[in-house]
Ligand binder design. Structure first.
Ligand code: ADP
Ligand code: XUL
Length: 541
C-alpha cells in the first residue's frame, strides 16, 4: 500500500505525518515532531525566532529549517516503515517568510554529497543569512509605498486578496532592497519558506503554489500568476528573482539523489508545498463552503473555504488560494499561543491550573475585558504593543486567565464577520485546541458547536493529504477532495462542545463592549468604562 508524507515547518517546530492509503484502507502510519529551540539550541532561537531588541522585527535562520528537515528524514528512515512504498511528499510551512538565495544555490543543491549532513554544505547559498517571518511588523512605510504605487489599498486588495500587510512578502522584500541594496542585487531567487524547503527536497528551484503565493501581496488572485504592477512597484528587478507559480497539486520534482542515497528513500514525487493555513484547510476537512476552522497555534487564525473570492473591504482579512483550486478567507492574530503562555507564566501555572481558573470564573468575566496585545498585533493593526485591562489589575490571576481567553475569542468572532458565514460548527485545531476549557469559551462566544479533530496537527495532515491528492492525480487516478479527507480529517463527534444559550446571549452583548474597548485603546473612541460598569450591574441583577 503506498505511503504519503506530509511535513509541516511551523514557527516553533517541524512535524511529519505519513499516511498509508489505498481505496478504503487508510491509516496514519507515522507521526513525529521536533521543537526547534530544544532540538537545535545552537541556533539560539526562542519559540523558533531569533531574539531581537526591536519588537517590530522578527526573523529566523533558514539553516535551522534545513537542519531540522535532515533530522526528520533520518527519523523517518529509522521508523521501520517500508519506505520503498513512499509515493509522494508534500509540505506545509509558516506563511509569508522569505528566504534569499544567491546564484550558488542551484549548482550547490544539484551536487550535494549524500555522505555529509545538508547543513554543512549549503551555508554559501544565502544572500541574506536570516529570513524575515510572519511575526515581523517593521514595514509600515513599505506597505504605504506599495499601495500608493499600485493605486491604493482597494486596488491592491481587489487584485491580490489583501491590502498591504507588514508581514507579507512584498513589503519585506522592498525593505530589504532599500536597506541592503548590494545583498538584494546578489539575490538570485526569493523563496517562501514552503518553496525553499521543497527546493531542498528536489534539488532545483521549486515553484510556489497559489495558496502561499497569495500571502505575498504580489499574486493576481484570479490569474494565479504574479501581478506585474505589484512586482514592479515592490523592488527593481524583482520579476526574475521570484519562483514560478504552479497549481497546488502539481508535481514539482522528485526527491533528489541526495535524499535517496542519504536516507534510503525512493525517487518519490514532490507535490508543491503550501502555507500552513491552506494546508490546515484540507487537514480540518473544510473542502466545502459553510463551516469554519479556528487554529489556536503560535498564531490564532480563523478560516473557511470560499467558492468565489469575496475580498474584505474593511481591510481586516485575506483571501488566499485554496489547495482545492478555489479560495479561502482568513483572519490572523499574532497574539495567540504566546499570549496565553504569557498569562500562564506570569502566574506560574500549568495548563491544567490555567484550565481550572477558567472553570471557576464566571463567563463574561464580570464585565471585565482584556485586550491581549502582548506583542504588536495584526488584527486590528497595533504596532506598539501593550496589554489593556478594563476593570482589573495585572495581578488578578482569575481575571487575567479568563480575560485573555475571552478577549481572543471575541476578537476572532468580531474580525471574522467580514467572511459572512453563518457559523454553526467550528473545527478546532492547533496546539491549544487540546484544551477543552478554551474550546468551551469558543463555543459560547460563537454560539456554535465546536469539534476537535482526530489528528491534532492539521497542517501536517493537510500536507500529507495534499501528497495523496497530488500523488494519485499524477498517476492518473485523481481522487475527489471529499474522498481525500474522508476518515482522516473528520471532526470527532464525541468531542462536540455545545454552546450554552444564556452564555452566548451574554457574549453577544459583551462583544460590542469588546469592540468599544479596541476602538478606545487604539485612540479612536471614548472610554467604555461607564458602559462596562453598567454591564456589570445589569449582570448582577
Ligand atoms: P505552531 O503554530 O508552531 O504549529 P502549535 O499549533 O503546535 O504551534 O501550538 C503550539 C502551542 O500550543 C504552544 O505554544 C502552547 O502554548 C499551546 N498548547 C499546548 N498545549 C496546550 C494546552 N493544554 N492548553 C493551551 N495551550 C496549549
Ligand atoms: C497567516 C499567518 C500565520 C503564519 C504562521 O497569514 O501569518 O498564520 O502562517 O502560522
Amino acid at each position: 500500500m503506498p505511503l504519503y508524507l506530509g511535513l509541516d515547518s511551523s514557527t516553533q517546530s517541524l512535524s511529519a505525518i505519513v499516511l498509508e492509503a489505498e481505496g478504503d484502507q487508510r491509516r496514519v502510519a507515522f507521526e513525529s515532531s521536533l521543537q526547534f529551540d530544544e532540538a537545535l539550541p545552537q541556533y539560539r532561537t526562542r519559540h523558533g525566532v531569533l531574539p531581537s531588541e526591536d519588537p517590530a522585527t522578527a526573523a529566523s535562520p533558514p539553516l535551522l529549517w534545513a537542519e531540522a528537515l535532515d533530522i526528520m528524514m533520518a527519523r523517518l528512515a529509522k521508523s521501520g516503515l517500508d519506505l520503498s512504498r513512499l509515493a509522494a511528499i508534500s509540505g506545509s510551512a509558516q506563511q509569508h517568510g522569505s528566504v534569499y538565495l544567491n546564484a550558488q544555490a542551484a549548482p550547490t543543491l544539484a551536487r550535494l554529497d549524500p555522505a555529509r549532513p545538508l547543513v554543512g554544505q549549503i551555508g554559501g547559498i544565502f544572500s541574506r543569512k536570516v529570513a524575515p517571518i510572519w511575526m515581523d511588523s517593521s514595514t509600515s512605510a513599505e506597505c504605504a509605498e506599495i499601495e500608493a504605487a499600485v493605486g491604493g489599498e482597494q486596488a491592491l486588495a481587489q487584485r491580490t486578496g489583501s491590502r498591504a500587510f507588514e508581514r507579507f512578502t512584498a513589503a519585506q522584500i522592498r525593505k530589504f532592497s532599500k536597506t541592503d541594496p548590494a545583498a538584494y542585487a546578489a539575490t538570485d531567487r526569493i523563496h517562501l519558506v514552503s518553496s525553499f524547503l521543497a527546493t531542498l527536497l528536489t534539488g532545483w528551484h521549486a515553484p510556489l503554489d497559489p495558496g502561499d503565493a497569495s500571502g505575498t501581496n504580489l499574486m493576481d488572485l484570479g490569474a494565479c500568476q504574479w501581478w506585474p504592477e505589484a512586482v514592479d512597484s515592490t523592488a527593481g528587478g524583482l520579476a526574475v528573482k521570484l519562483p514560478t507559480i504552479a497549481p497546488a497539486s502539481a508535481v514539482v520534482g522528485t526527491l533528489s539523489e541526495y535524499w535517496q542515497k542519504r536516507h534510503g528513500l525512493p525517487p518519490a514525487n514532490v507535490i508543491a508545498w503550501s502555507g500552513d493555513n491552506p494546508c490546515s484547510l484540507v487537514g480540518t476537512g473544510l473542502v466545502r463552503e459553510g463551516r469554519i476552522a479556528i487554529s489556536l497555534g503560535t498564531s490564532d487564525t480563523v478560516f473557511g473555504l470560499m467558492r468565489e473570492p469575496r475580498v474584505d473591504r474593511t481591510g481586516t482579512g485575506h483571501v488566499f488560494g485554496a489547495p482545492t483550486g478555489e479560495y479561502m478567507g482568513l483572519t490572523c492574530f499574532k497574539n495567540g499561543s504566546l499570549a496565553r503562555e504569557a498569562v500562564r507564566d506570569a502566574f506560574g501555572l500549568s495548563w491544567s491550573a490555567f484550565s481550572e481558573a477558567l472553570r471557576r470564573t464566571a463567563p463574561g468575566n464580570n464585565g471585565r475585558i482584556l485586550l491581549p496585545w502582548f506583542e504588536p498585533e495584526i488584527t486590528p493593526p497595533v504596532l506598539t504593543p501593550g496589554v489593556h485591562r478594563y476593570g482589573f489589575e495585572a495581578d488578578d490571576l482569575d481575571a487575567n486567565v479568563r480575560g485573555v481567553i475571552e478577549g481572543q475569542q471575541m476578537a476572532l468572532a468580531l474580525h471574522s464577520r467580514w467572511m459572512n458565514v453563518t457559523v454553526d460548527s467550528i473545527h478546532a485545531t492547533g496546539g491549544a485546541a487540546a484544551n477543552r476549557d478554551i474550546l468551551q469559551v469558543m463555543a459560547d462566544v460563537f454560539g456554535a458547536d465546536v469539534y476537535q479533530l482526530q489528528v491534532g496537527n492539521s497542517a501536517a495532515l493537510g500536507a500529507a493529504l495534499r501528497a495523496l491528492h497530488g500523488g494519485t492525480a499524477a498517476e492518473g487516478r485523481a481522487i475527489p477532495w471529499d474522498e481525500v479527507v474522508k476518515d482522516f480529517a473528520e471532526p470527532v463527534s464525541a468531542s462536540r462542545l455545545h454552546p450554552d444559550p444564556s452564555r452566548h446571549a451574554l457574549y453577544r452583548d459583551l462583544i460590542d463592549l469588546y469592540a468599544a474597548c479596541e476602538v478606545h485603546a487604539l485612540g479612536r473612541g471614548p472610554d467604555p468604562s461607564a458602559r462596562l460598569a453598567a454591564f456589570r450591574s445589569r449582570s448582577k441583577e
